[in-house]
Design a protein around this ligand. Structure first.
Ligand SMILES: C[S@@+](CC[C@H](N)C(=O)[O-])C[C@H]1O[C@@H](n2cnc3c(N)ncnc32)[C@H](O)[C@@H]1O
Length: 334
């Protein structure tokens, strides 16, 4: 009879999962996947292309094979399909910068228990974004843009914007959603609302995409400042876990108040399921806020629908956006 006794296998894997993160980040940093894609498809060729020793090439290759990042095809090395799509430098789909987005927190995770037992009161200002330099904002948003472009395209594929005129993107960052929406809909104009540390960087992305005529920026701390009027569609994407319940409710209320009648709002957020038991990605974004002593946390879809309802939105719907990562919670203002 098979034994049902628990083993330590899962626990061991979790305890050492940082080594798996390290493998992926090192391979991206060395640009190993691009080299394989360009034809360095044996360990020997890879060692020359990377300029690292045969022994270290063997080690990183075996580790990448074991994680399914690369595969063997008739004894030649080949990238897994997701790696080939997102981790080859120079391609429009390259998301290598995003892989490093949370790397500044790397060493802090090793001391998480110390942060959890810290008794300092949490601050509403989120130290990951408030008061950072424009250069830090540029690093941050090169990363968000590398993943946000795809999310922006997914958004315009999910929503019909043909009758909309003005999009307000609250915490819009690089402007990725506004850029993709305005590219897809020539009648649309958009405003990226973000902190004054961030809007100069958004303007760089907007200019690079030749959209300065139709996409503008608005400097505001969304917790403290007023919002511009006149939009008939608003979004807020990928900043849900950065603030607590009260703050998120207040921001959504401000959005409702400035939208024109007959408008829509989409909250694209890292939301937990109804019973708050997962998925793990939103849970980890919430836990990460401990490292920055913010009020941030993981919000559930049920809480999110509540925020929209309390603000006055109607016809509230919950849709998967990026499964296990982002939900899209939307509502209408009559
Ligand atoms: C992870 S980024 C997401 C950017 C963009 N929405 C996207 O999905 O690509 C979070 C954004 O929220 C902005 N943000 C956070 N707190 C803010 C605040 N208090 N006021 C204005 N913007 C804020 C940050 O500056 C940053 O641009």
């Amino acid at each position: 009879m098979p034994s049902e006794r628990p083993t330590t296998v899962r626990l061991q894997r979790l305890a050492r999962a940082y080594r798996e993160s390290g493998t992926l980040l090192a391979a991206v940093q060395l640009d190993l996947f691009s080299k394989i894609s360009e034809g360095a498809n044996t360990e020997e060729k890879l060692s020359i292309a990377l300029g690292i020793s045969a022994l270290n090439t063997e080690r990183i290759t075996v580790a990448c094979l074991s994680l399914g990042l690369i595969i063997k095809d008739n004894n030649n090395l080949k990238n897994a399909p997701d790696v080939e799509r997102f981790l080859i430098k120079g391609r429009a789909t390259y998301a290598g910068e995003w892989m490093f987005f949370t790397q500044p927190d790397w060493s802090k995770w090793g001391h998480l228990a110390d942060f959890l037992t810290n008794k300092e009161p949490e601050t509403l200002d989120n130290a990951t974004v408030k008061g950072i330099t424009v250069d830090e904002a540029r690093r941050y948003h090169r990363a968000t843009f590398s993943i946000g472009r795809g999310a922006g395209r997914l958004f315009v594929q999910s929503i019909d914007l043909s009758n909309r005129h003005k999009l307000l993107d609250v915490g819009g960052g690089s402007g990725a959603y506004c850029i993709e929406a305005c590219k897809a809909y020539p009648q649309l104009r958009a405003t990226v609302l973000d902190l004054p540390e961030v809007t100069p960087v958004a303007r760089e992305f907007i200019e690079d995409n030749n959209l300065s005529e139709r996409v503008d920026t608005y400097d505001a701390d969304f917790n403290k400042d007023s919002f511009p009027k006149g939009a008939d569609i608003a979004i807020m994407a990928s900043n849900l876990p950065m603030y607590g319940r009260e703050a998120i409710q207040a921001v959504i209320q401000k959005i409702y108040n400035v939208l024109l009648p007959d408008s829509e709002f989409h909250l694209i957020g890292e939301a937990l399921n109804e019973d708050r038991s997962g998925p793990s990605d939103p849970a980890m974004w919430g836990l990460a806020q401990t490292l920055h002593n913010s009020t941030g946390m993981a919000h559930s879809v049920t809480e999110c629908t509540g925020y929209l309802k309390n603000a006055g939105f109607q016809n509230i719907e919950v849709n998967d956006f990026v499964p296990e990562v982002l939900m899209r919670i939307s509502g209408l203002k009559a």
